[in-house]
Design a binder for this molecule. Structure first.
Ligand code: UD1
Length: 448
């Protein structure tokens, strides 16, 4: 059988609003910022709600584009998704009309593939598009598919779609991934909650968002346990019940705002952030000499007394949790431009995630792309305003960070990428004292 290849026959890309961020940089940011619920938890929780016909309720759901896409995708299947107030979603998947996840959903968001496990386990079949998501590497889904096959599913790939069927109940299985995959772990885990027998997943993702999902599944009546740091065991049940859950705070958003405080010479308290989820990232701050403090439900970064050039260069390497998150590599790279000396960046997870550094170079950063996985940053450089283009979510937020630290005005094209994953980012930055506006492409204001 042919394996997945990109396929765009009859496909029309979604309408994209042409928006830009205009940022007048060079102002220290001060104050307190509330950290929203984690995108990478919320999306999987919404998918998990399809494991039961009973109503599930989620609070602290971030108001972001990816959540709206997931909600729309579920509604298109016939699932009831209510949004009674900001940050609250209710899902009732009693009946579904279609077991079909179209390319339109998949092209907007890779996490649409998280519907494979729950729909297959509960309804015995689904046709689901090969996903798109960020342009950061090939990002195949072969490990998700192999995990479902190990549980007895029959899956064929035709014309850009996976046709997945389970002749009876899925069967528990030993799933041995060749390396850690976050959504692969989560997809297999969701499917296994309704499978017949015991499933063991190894090496399993250790991300806090994966544990948040486990917590919710247990509330639904699932038998899911992390029996070793890298092992998750599930004993399948015939039915699960509805449950309520408060989404874990977004450690990637927290890390992004920490860099904003450091890079602008400001002082920011991240309300709701959890230090224990950011250990590897905070270790980088320690090595660079960026002052920070941890409270029970906040983190504070204070660079208000730090002069230019006081941060130290530092070599970094991304890794699966508890290592340094690849999603925090772009913000950290911006911070490294403001450190004294040479830093090496080793991006171990995705092969295209350093490409955005060419945009950062337009702003004056001294960055050399050695190969798809390595880059060298020479600091300290004075960043200056420029016209730059966002290619993906995390790079987008990082260009805003660079713009906040830069002298002069920066125009950042492709603002929609950022709204996929950051709730009201412009409001949060403005409240901290940033001069930042989101405008339709072609409009000029921002003169002060
Ligand atoms: C998730 C996160 C993303 C984060 C990434 C790594 C969500 C919605 N997204 O993405 O923000 O950057 O973890 O922490 O939670 N791979 C395969 N075959 C597969 C699956 C993955 O080869 O079937 C490879 C990927 O190309 C990558 C590596 O495995 O090189 C890890 O990717 P994975 O952990 O699966 O990332 P996602 O779950 O897609």
């Amino acid at each position: 059988m042919a394996e997945a290849r990109p396929f765009n026959w009859e496909y029309r890309p979604p309408e994209i609003p042409h928006e830009v961020f205009r940022v007048a940089g060079g102002r220290p940011l001060h104050g307190s910022v509330p950290i929203s619920g984690a995108k990478n938890a919320a999306l999987k929780l919404l998918a998990a709600a399809c494991l039961t016909g009973e109503r599930c309720r989620f609070t602290n759901v971030p108001e972001i584009e990816d959540v709206r896409v997931m909600a729309e995708t579920l509604r298109d299947l016939g699932v009831v998704v209510d949004h009674p107030e900001p940050n609250v979603y209710e899902v009732a998947a009693g009946d579904v009309d279609w077991l079909f996840v179209p390319l339109e959903a998949a092209a907007k968001m890779r996490a649409s593939f998280m519907l494979l496990g729950p729909l297959l386990a509960r309804f015995g079949e689904v046709i689901i598009s090969n996903p798109g998501g960020d342009r950061i590497g090939r990002r195949p889904v072969d490990l998700h598919v192999e995990a479902m096959r190990a549980m007895g599913a029959e899956i064929q790939y035709r014309y850009g779609y996976y046709y997945a069927k389970s002749p009876g109940r899925l069967r528990g299985a030993e799933i041995n991934f060749p390396f850690v995959t976050v959504m692969g772990t989560e997809n297999a885990m969701l499917a296994a909650t309704l499978a017949d027998g015991r499933t063991v997943i190894r090496p399993a993702a250790q991300e806090p968002e994966t544990d948040d999902l486990i917590e919710f599944l247990v509330k639904m009546g699932a038998d899911v346990r992390r029996t070793a740091p890298d092992t998750i065991e599930i004993v399948g049940k015939r039915r699960l019940r509805g449950a309520q859950h408060h989404v874990v705070p977004d450690r990637i958003e927290a890390g992004t705002f920490m860099v904003a405080g450091a890079i602008t010479g400001g002082k920011i308290r991240l309300q709701g952030a959890r230090c224990e989820h950011l250990r590897a990232f905070l270790a980088v701050f320690d090595r660079m000499g960026v002052r920070h403090d941890c409270g029970p439900d906040w983190i504070e970064v204070d660079a208000s007394d730090t002069g230019p050039g006081e941060f130290r260069a530092c070599d970094i390497a991304t890794a699966a949790y508890p290592g340094l998150a690849t999603d925090l590599q772009p913000p950290t790279s911006v911070l490294l431009t403001q450190a004294q000396g040479r830093s090496m960046i080793h991006e171990t997870i995705f092969e295209d995630r350093l490409e955005w550094l060419t945009e950062l170079r337009r702003m004056g950063a001294n960055v050399e792309l050695v190969d798809p996985h390595h880059a060298i940053v020479e600091g300290l450089t004075r960043l200056t305003g420029a016209h730059v283009e966002i290619g993906d979510l995390r790079a987008g937020a990082s260009l805003i960070l660079a713009a906040l630290a830069a002298q002069g005005e920066t125009v950042i094209h492709g603002a929609h990428h950022v709204h996929r994953g950051y709730e009201n980012i412009e409001r949060k930055f403005v409240d901290l004292g940033a001069h930042l506006q989101r405008l339709a492409e072609g409009i000029t204001p921002l003169s002060s």
